[in-house]
Ligand binder design. Structure first.
Ligand SMILES: Cc1cc2nc3c(=O)[nH]c(=O)nc-3n(C[C@H](O)[C@H](O)[C@H](O)COP(=O)(O)O)c2cc1C
Length: 204
């Protein structure tokens, strides 16, 4: 059994996690646990979560990166579920030997996570707290599946169903055509204002 612990606080706006979640939910042998659906009031049932983990061989933590970290409900899940005497400490071996795969999606691309980029550090510098959480519980840390540049990817690859998202895609594609050398990664007007990369919208 694979237990996917998923946390996205804004599922209606999600593109990348939604595509991953739809694919994972359809697989046999996957217990897909969407924390914001299960616990919208943050009242986590730790016993139910522990039972789900006990049945798993592989535990997946999947979420968008929010301010360089995990969403608040996943942090709360870690605090409540990975308890002393169960996950660590005296008698706490429930997760020992299980595999752990981290699947964070990040809006930034590899240039943003370069030393001179807007995030200032490589993505790997933000990973040790998550990795050590798994290792502290005796889990086997797998190489993470990091989805970079999630918004850019969504602009090209995923269905944009609402008018706002279609506007986002149009705006991005205009950048591709108008300024191919410089700011092709611009995905929203917000970034135009920050980087002074505005281009005139063409009449259609
Ligand atoms: C409150 C907030 C904080 C964010 N912080 C970061 C961040 O620190 N680094 C980053 O690369 N992206 C950041 N993002 C972008 C999200 O990670 C990105 O939109 C998400 O992974 C895309 O996946 P989705 O389509 O499933 O929402 C942030 C987004 C929000 C809403």
């Amino acid at each position: 059994m694979i237990c996917v612990v998923h946390a996205h606080p804004y599922p209606s706006r999600s593109r990348t996690n939604r595509a991953l979640a739809d694919a994972l939910r359809a697989l046999p042998g996957v217990d897909f646990r969407s924390l914001y659906d299960l616990y919208p009031d943050f009242d986590i049932d730790a016993a139910a979560e522990q039972k789900a983990l006990e049945q798993a061989r592989l535990v997946v933590w999947m979420h968008p990166v929010l301010w360089y970290s995990v969403p608040a409900l996943l942090k709360h899940w870690i605090d409540k579920v990975l308890a002393y005497g169960w996950a660590y400490g005296e008698g706490g071996h429930a997760l020992s030997g299980k595999h752990c795969l981290w699947v964070p999606t990040a809006g930034g691309d590899e240039r943003d996570f370069a030393p001179a980029g807007i995030h200032g550090h490589p993505f790997a510098d933000y990973a040790p707290t998550v990795e050590q959480t798994a290792r502290f519980c005796g889990m086997r840390w797998e190489p993470p599946y990091v989805v970079y540049d999630a918004i850019h990817y969504a602009c090209h690859q995923l269905p944009m169903r609402s008018p706002v998202l279609r506007h986002l895609r149009r705006h991005h594609i205009r950048h591709h055509h108008a300024r191919q050398e410089g700011n092709f990664a611009i995905t929203a007007t917000f970034w135009d204002r920050l980087f002074r990369t505005e281009i005139a919208a063409k009449r259609r």
